[in-house]
Design a protein around this ligand. Structure first.
Ligand code: MG
Length: 303
């Protein structure tokens, strides 16, 4: 099935809502509306991302591409129209495990030359947050086989040590991404146009972290908010980062003898309380990001 994504401006989004109003179906959570027409399902998100799926998706999206205003130039580096990154050879970077109490922080970078974008699009790759873990595990090996990539993992124990030293989550992400990029660029020889980072801090803050830590980073990155919607390379990186997280969680489950819940929720609070109760609080160091409020909540539950 063909899947295409378009980032639109507010005016176009409103026009779309009017245009498809007679074809709307039940709106999925996080979406503004969903409409079904012959051969195409259109899902519009409040983030102004619109996903077209189905055999007529390409035809349908071209209607709207023509209406788009040129996206204003990014301050940091001149970039072409955001949706056109896939016409270039790009390295995409993204991470996973950030909001999950249990399990490591993972980062991935993937090199996608422009000739390969169609193949990846055919896999239905999009933002990993919109895909099930099951589907991610199905397609990740194909991405790994077809694209140069590098992955880094920050295990919980190490994460907690760095956190205790005052290195915050954003700094850890920056370090992990930089390590992954170094690995990729050292191991392989290829030419590329852009290194696109799914932006978690602005460019100056990103490079300042390395100055603070006295490390010289890979430079020349292009920082794009919600980049997985604008670049197939970033979307592929988000899939590999999530895949690595899911696999790491499987390993932790065999170590603990029970599946640990993902995310952060009441279930996670209770699970953490169970670990503390059975094995002591220090045991969390190897399974969890202990600075999360979850730890306090779990301790409260045991009072
Ligand atoms: Mg991200």
């Amino acid at each position: 099935m063909s899947v295409y994504t378009l980032l639109v401006d507010q005016k176009t989004l409103d026009t779309m809502a009017d245009f498809y109003q007679d074809y709307t179906v039940k709106t999925p959570s996080h979406a503004k509306f969903q409409a079904k027409i012959t051969g195409c399902t259109i899902t519009a998100y409040n983030s102004k991302k619109v996903v077209f799926q189905g055999k007529n998706a390409e035809k349908e999206i071209t209607l709207w591409q023509a209406l788009q205003q040129p996206v204003k130039q990014m301050k940091t580096k001149q970039v072409p129209h955001l949706t056109h990154f896939d016409n270039f050879d790009c390295i995409g970077c993204d991470e996973s495990g950030v909001g999950d109490y249990f399990g490591p922080l993972t980062a991935a970078c993937v090199y996608v030359p422009k000739q390969q974008t169609d193949k990846l699009k055919q896999l239905g790759i999009m933002d990993s947050k919109q895909m099930t873990d099951e589907y991610i595990c199905k397609i990740a090996p194909t991405i790994m086989k077809s694209c140069y990539h590098a992955i880094t993992i920050l295990p919980n124990e190490k994460y907690n040590q760095l956190q205790a030293k005052g290195i915050n989550g954003h700094m850890m992400k920056a370090l992990l991404h930089n390590q992954a990029l170094q690995k990729l660029l050292n191991d392989q020889t290829f030419t590329f146009d852009y290194i696109i980072m799914d932006q978690f801090v602005n460019e100056s803050t990103y490079y300042r972290y390395f100055k603070t830590l006295q490390i010289s980073p890979i430079t020349g990155l292009t920082f794009i908010p919600k980049a997985e919607g604008h670049s197939i390379a970033v979307a592929a990186a988000s899939v590999l980062a999530r895949y690595t997280y899911v696999k790491a969680m499987d390993k932790l489950a065999s170590k603990y003898g029970k599946t640990l819940p993902k995310g952060a929720s009441k279930t996670v609070d209770h699970f953490a309380a169970e670990i503390i109760h059975t094995h002591g609080e220090s045991c969390l160091q190897i399974y969890a990001k202990v600075h999360f409020a979850t730890t306090q909540k779990a301790l409260e539950l045991l009072k």
